[in-house]
Each structure stands twice: as structure tokens, then as C-alpha cells.
Design a protein around this ligand. Structure first.
Ligand SMILES: N[C@@H](CCC(=O)N[C@@H](CS)C(=O)NCC(=O)O)C(=O)O
Length: 251
């Protein structure tokens, strides 16, 4: 069975989970803790980011875009990529554009998130239990610093990424121009990617990315700032309509 190396709270991982579920592919999750994941992921893939999919025929497939393409090839379920050449190119271009947005949206949201280290730690540790949890909690003073370095959580970078995120929200609104979907007239990888990678702005309920309820003020303010943006409503709609779950999942 396929295995997904992942973080619980990661919009890139949620994109990968969504594509696998959408294509009705059974897989197991191997959940890693941010910071502690590096040696293992590096050893397996030569780079350090998750999601990584362990496959029987193609080894370790990493990058949510490549995982989506792999899922399309081996899965059943509706097509994620348009059959028409021009539409497929458009969908792929939007997928690529939103990869960059995903990095900006994360940094922009981690700004307010890391103002409250305890809350940030709880988000990162997620549902991990037992010794793994307590060890993570005890060492987060160091891991938290590594995370702020890896993601360049500096005021000027956070401000620039916030600006880029706002532009992405406006871009989606304009590109949709009142339609339901970004490319053609049905759900594609472009919608799935944009909706997933904007999770740090919208945290849709139907998204499998938990954000604890007792949010500190900076996080509440961050979410409130965008709550009325039409693109946020659109991401909620995409998840509600198309985020199928547990389809033959092997857990
Ligand atoms: N291009 C990658 C980006 C993945 C990515 O940024 N993953 C983050 C989690 S959201 C990660 O693993 N960060 C930790 C690290 O890079 O060490 C993809 O599409 O999968």
C-alpha cells in the first residue's frame, strides 16, 4: 500500500491527501513532526520537504504537484486535469502559480501564529501522543527557532508575503469572474491547488488541517481580516463540494 510521509498541519500535504482521496487511492499516513522530519526525508529523497509518497513503482515521489500527477495516472475517480490541451496547459500554469502562493500564505500566517509560541507548538505537534509529544514539547524552544529560520519569519518577509497573499485572493476573484471553477467549467487541479494552498487564510472546516479552537488574538485577527473575501468563501465551497474523504483509505 502507498505511504504518505506528511505533516498534519500542512497545506501542501492536504493538497496531496486531497488528490489521493479524490482519485480514490488507498494510502497510509506516516505523520512526521516539523523539524524532526529532516534527516529521514533527506535520506529518502535528497530534499527535506513533505509531502513524500512512497510508491511501489516510482520510488519516493515528492512535491505535491508530482504526487497529484501520479495520483491521476494510477487512480480512478474523475479526471483532475482537463483532456483538452489548451485547458490542461492553463490548469498546470495555475497550479504552478499557486505553489508560490502556498509559500507566501504560510509565511504570512506563521507571522501571527508564532507570536504565540505555545499555540504554534500545539499546532505543530497536532495529535501526536505519548513520549513523542512530550519530547517535542520540551524541545520546541529550539525547534521553534529552526522553523522560524527555515520559513524566514522576519517582519519584512512576512509583510511581503502578506501582500502576495492578498494579491492571490484578488487574482482568484478576478479570474473566476463569477464562475465556479478556474479552468473550463468543472473542478480541476487548478481549483484543488488554489483552495488547498490558500488554507492558511481560510482554514475551511472540510479541510483536513486542524487549527485548535482557542486561537490567540493575532491568529483571530489574521483570519478575521480575510473572512469576508469572496475567494475565502470560494475555497470553502471547493472543499465542501469536492473534498471526498476516506475513500478506500487503508488505515
Ligand atoms: N513544493 C513542495 C512544497 C512542500 C512544502 O513546502 N512542505 C513544507 C510543509 S507545508 C515542509 O515540508 N517544510 C519543512 C521543510 O521544508 O523542511 C510541494 O508542493 O510539495
Amino acid at each position: 500500500v502507498l505511504k504518505l510521509l506528511q505533516f498534519e498541519m500542512s497545506h501542501f500535504c492536504e493538497k496531496a491527501r486531497w488528490t489521493l482521496d479524490y482519485k480514490r487511492i488507498a494510502y497510509e499516513k506516516d505523520t512526521l513532526l516539523p523539524g524532526f522530519h529532516v534527516p529521514r526525508v533527506k535520506r529518502l529523497t535528497g530534499q527535506q520537504s513533505v509531502p513524500v509518497l512512497e510508491t511501489p513503482d516510482e520510488g519516493y515521489v515528492f512535491g505535491s504537484d508530482r504526487i497529484a500527477a501520479y495520483a491521476e495516472r494510477i487512480g480512478s475517480g474523475p479526471a483532475l486535469y482537463p483532456a483538452n490541451d489548451a485547458l490542461r496547459r492553463e490548469a498546470l500554469a495555475l497550479e504552478e502559480r499557486f505553489e508560490a502562493v502556498g509559500h507566501h500564505a504560510r509565511r504570512a500566517m506563521f507571522g501571527p501564529l508564532f507570536e504565540d509560541r505555545d499555540f504554534a507548538r500545539r499546532c505543530m505537534v497536532g495529535s501526536a501522543q505519548g513520549r513523542q509529544r512530550s519530547f517535542y514539547e520540551k524541545t520546541f524552544f529550539a525547534t521553534g527557532r529552526v522553523i522560524t529560520m527555515v520559513y524566514a519569519l522576519k517582519p519584512d518577509r512576512i509583510a511581503a508575503s502578506t501582500q502576495a497573499t492578498v494579491e492571490a485572493l484578488d487574482f482568484v476573484e478576478q479570474h473566476l469572474a463569477g464562475r465556479d471553477y478556474l479552468v473550463g467549467d468543472r473542478f480541476t487541479i487548478a481549483d484543488l491547488t488554489a483552495a488547498s494552498l490558500l488554507i492558511p487564510v481560510s482554514f475551511p472546516k472540510a479541510a483536513q488541517v486542524p487549527l485548535p479552537d482557542d486561537r490567540p488574538a493575532p491568529v483571530e485577527q489574521w483570519l478575521a481580516r480575510f473572512a469576508d473575501h469572496p475567494t475565502v468563501a470560494w475555497t470553502h465551497a471547493m472543499f465542501e463540494r469536492h473534498r471526498m474523504l476516506d475513500v478506500g483509505r487503508a488505515e
